[in-house]
Write a protein that binds this ligand. Structure first.
Ligand SMILES: *[C@@H]1O[C@H](CO)[C@@H](O)[C@H](O)[C@H]1NC(C)=O
Ligand SMILES: *[C@@H]1O[C@H](CO)[C@@H](O)[C@H](O)[C@H]1NC(C)=O
Ligand SMILES: *[C@@H]1O[C@H](CO)[C@@H](O)[C@H](O)[C@H]1NC(C)=O
Ligand SMILES: *[C@@H]1O[C@H](CO)[C@@H](O)[C@H](O)[C@H]1NC(C)=O
Ligand SMILES: *[C@@H]1O[C@H](CO)[C@@H](O)[C@H](O)[C@H]1NC(C)=O
Length: 351
């Protein structure tokens, strides 16, 4: 074998060991079954690294938010990718991951950034809801309020969310045993991209006061967008992600774009090290489930179109009968009656 091939193989082997870093998504399995009021509950998930265990023991009250973040990450990832060949179904097996998420792929880049955003999001929101004794509402914004409102209410505590969230989600990458340095740098970068998307997603929310909703007095605060909006932002970053390589820049080894033009990695872009398969056919070694039997959309020309989803293999059509409530009538007073209507729809699934 040529030295270059050996080097590539070695790199792939090292990169395959990086899955521990989002082990904590497995908190959805056992995390809801306990009250998180005893430090031994931290042992429920053996995938936590020592720093995460310590964080858990010292901040038990945070754990409900982390379980919530794990649930949110899974649900949001799947709903953001229903129209794609890779549909995030492999996240369901957390804390065990197939190669699509266990290697330094573009898909892992998305999941890490989303998970990091979700952790800080959940904590920032929990502060504002009064669920955490260690934090409360975010500080009033430094900027001047507009002429028609004043700062008030209770804003999401983004600062605390970012602080505790990054301590938790970055901890595995500070541990040299979880994967090669290149993969750890990749995950750390993408986690930061996820958190930055959160910072950019603070918006001003207001509530009206005054005589019969006249809105003569308005109080406003800074609140986070829903995680679905942040996931949409991260998905466009996923589509535009940059392939990077770990190499010497001066005396330090850094991640730099693989393409020819020399520029540093941008703070807002997701990066990945390993190219993904096209996810058209089943290949367990690459973590591809294939798109056979996936539903496709005959009239769409996006990624869920039958042509793209089925990778040109064609599709089968079948009809499905849907029963719906229809012709609803309101009766005085106070109930509604409906009829049941049947409707047939055409469905298409990939060959
Ligand atoms: C922990 O919480 C559970 C349920 O929320 C409760 O039954 C139990 O008594 C609590 N244990 C301690 C030590 O507070
Ligand atoms: C859930 O708890 C069971 C029993 O304690 C344990 O065997 C299992 O490994 C745990 N699963 C996860 C994903 O932590
Ligand atoms: C996602 O893809 C997998 C594998 O092709 C499939 O089994 C699953 O039904 C898909 N999920 C959704 C929601 O389409
Ligand atoms: C299919 O795609 C079209 C065009 O994008 C859209 O209007 C329609 O709702 C989609 N149908 C289904 C079943 O998703
Ligand atoms: C289909 O693609 C064309 C351009 O190729 C675009 O203008 C159009 O909006 C697309 N339609 C849908 C339903 O996505």
């Amino acid at each position: 074998m040529a030295p270059r091939t050996v080097l590539t193989l070695l790199t792939i082997l090292l990169e395959a060991q990086s899955c521990a870093a989002i082990h904590w998504l497995g908190l959805t399995v056992n995390g809801s079954s306990v009250g998180w009021n005893q430090t031994q509950h931290c042992r429920l998930l053996d995938g936590l690294v020592p720093d995460q265990l310590q964080l858990c023991r010292r901040n038990l009250e945070l754990m409900q938010s982390l379980v919530q973040a794990a649930r949110l990450t899974k649900r949001t990832c799947r709903s953001s990718f229903t129209d794609m060949r890779w549909n995030c179904s492999s996240i369901d097996t957390a804390p065990h991951f197939s190669p699509d998420l266990a290697k330094g792929t573009r898909e892992a880049a998305f999941v890490f950034s989303l998970a990091a955003a979700a952790v800080s999001h959940s904590i920032a929101r929990a502060c504002a809801s009064g669920d955490l004794p260690s934090c409360s509402c975010g500080p009033a914004p430094a900027e001047q309020p507009g002429p028609d409102f004043r700062w008030g209410g209770c804003g999401d505590n983004l600062r605390y969310g970012l602080q505790m969230g990054s301590a938790f989600s970055d901890a595995p990458m500070k541990n040299s045993r979880s994967g090669s340095q290149a993969v750890r740098l990749m995950h750390l970068h993408n986690n930061a991209v996820g958190r930055q998307a959160l910072v950019d997603a603070m918006e001003t929310k207001c509530k009206c006061h005054g005589v019969s909703g006249s809105c003569s007095v308005k109080t406003c605060w800074k609140g986070l967008h829903d995680i679905g909006d942040i996931a949409a932002e991260l998905k466009s970053k996923y589509l535009a992600a940059t392939k990077v390589i770990h190499r010497h820049v001066g005396t330090r080894k850094q991640l730099v774009p693989r393409e020819l033009d020399v520029r540093p990695v941008r703070e807002a872009e997701l990066v990945y090290l390993v190219s993904s398969p096209d996810y058209c056919t089943k290949n367990e070694k690459h973590g591809s489930f294939g798109t056979q039997d996936r539903m496709c959309n005959k009239t769409s020309n996006g990624s869920d179109s039958c042509n793209l989803m089925c990778c040109g293999r064609g599709y089968n059509a079948y009809t499905e009968t849907i029963v719906e409530r229809c012709q609803c009538k309101y009766h005085w007073c106070c109930y509604v009656t409906c009829k049941k209507c049947e409707r047939t729809v055409e469905r298409y699934v990939c060959k």
